[in-house]
Design a protein around this ligand. Structure first.
Ligand code: AMP
Ligand code: MG
Length: 335
């Protein structure tokens, strides 16, 4: 089966053509247009601006993806996300399936982040534990099959991506903050870190709590206090705070995932979502999961941020047929 997939949940407008391949999915086209630069001066996404940019980009992006392709179905993310942005993708998909007389497949955007791990030749063996880390979500999911998913833990307050973005803002780094904090943290040499780390201690909230609950708002508040007491927020200090922040967050995420392995005994562990692009998280979690004797999966960097290839992967691996009365669901849950 070959699918045209559309993604428009936030500030990326994306279209992809993907097809089934072995036990997973192969990507034939993957086009992404982003309005992220337009939001930089506001330090965050402005929904109205995002929606207007979606309108401008959707047809060019779909046309580029469809060049020379014949498809069997159209898939679209219908939530969670921003209502104005979601409407553009959903209404476009509905118009296309009506005109082409093809089936419409609806896709949960968060499930798509996870199912991005089915792109490629080697796919995860189930049961798996999925860790979804994005701007709006931090969840641990038990996947017993491609359709039987259970939420087993996650953040009680801020999402980890949100904590990265707020930390970046406190350090005077541009939006979106995650990659900037990652970059700043990587500038600290191991020598500097050994020498200075004791001056920059942040909490690891709930790390010793036996449950799979997490909390990231406390770390963010602690960064705010740490920034306040600095005599001078020079580049070296910023880098050291970014490094300690990354250490703290990754330690919590790794500890909770290892706890989930102990409790649920999965064959694989899957990392997904925008924050899965974080180098330290990919490396540390990958190493620890393999030491625990499980297979570790994380998408290629280009399939971590919002994209339509993952939407196509989800539509093929877990098809959900929809009628033309499909409506966006801005608060759609992961499971
Ligand atoms: P999503 O919500 O899945 O679109 O992911 C966006 C979130 O991922 C934002 O909060 C970004 O700051 C964050 N992010 C992207 N790249 C990185 C990175 N390398 N390290 C940490 N966070 C990141
Ligand atoms: Mg996303």
């Amino acid at each position: 089966m070959k699918v045209l997939a559309i993604e428009s949940t936030c500030d990326e407008t994306a279209a992809a053509v993907v097809e089934s391949f072995g036990n997973g999915v192969r990507v034939l086209k993957n086009i992404v247009a982003s309005s992220v630069e337009m939001h930089q001066k506001y330090g965050g996404i402005v929904p109205e601006v995002a929606a207007r940019e979606q309108v401008k980009s959707i047809i060019p992006v779909v046309l580029e993806a469809m060049e020379g392709e014949e498809i069997d179905a159209v898939a679209v993310s219908y939530g969670p996300g921003l209502m104005g942005s979601l409407l553009i993708g959903v209404e476009t998909a509905k118009a296309l399936v009506w005109a082409w007389n093809k089936p419409l497949l609806r896709v949960n955007h968060m499930a798509a982040h996870i199912l991005a791990n089915w792109i490629g030749a080697e796919v995860p063996e189930l049961p798996a534990v999925g860790l979804v880390v994005s701007g709006g979500h931090t969840d641990l999911i038990l996947m017993e099959s491609l359709t039987k998913w259970t939420w087993i833990g996650g953040t009680r307050d801020d999402a980890v991506g949100e904590a990265f973005d707020k930390t970046a803002r406190l350090l005077g780094l541009p939006y979106p903050g995650g990659p900037e904090v990652d970059k700043a943290a990587s500038k600290v040499t191991e020598e500097e870190w050994t020498k200075d780390k004791n001056q920059f201690k942040l909490p690891r909230p709930l790390i010793h709590d036996p449950r799979l609950d997490m909390s990231f708002s406390g770390i963010k508040a602690a960064v705010a206090r740490m920034v306040e007491v600095q005599k001078e927020l020079d580049e070296k200090t910023k880098n050291l705070i970014a490094r300690e922040f990354s250490e703290a967050v990754v330690e919590v995420l790794v500890k909770k995932t290892l706890k989930a392995i102990e409790v649920y005994q999965p064959k694989s562990v899957i990392l997904a979502g925008g924050v899965a692009a974080n180098r330290k998280l990919r490396d540390t979690l990958g190493r620890e999961v393999e030491q625990a004797g499980r297979k570790f999966f994380v998408p290629d960097l280009k399939y971590c941020g919002d994209n339509a290839a993952m939407v196509g992967a989800a539509a093929i691996m877990r098809p959900e047929k929809s009628e033309l009365d499909l409506r966006p669901e801005p608060s759609l849950a992961v499971v």
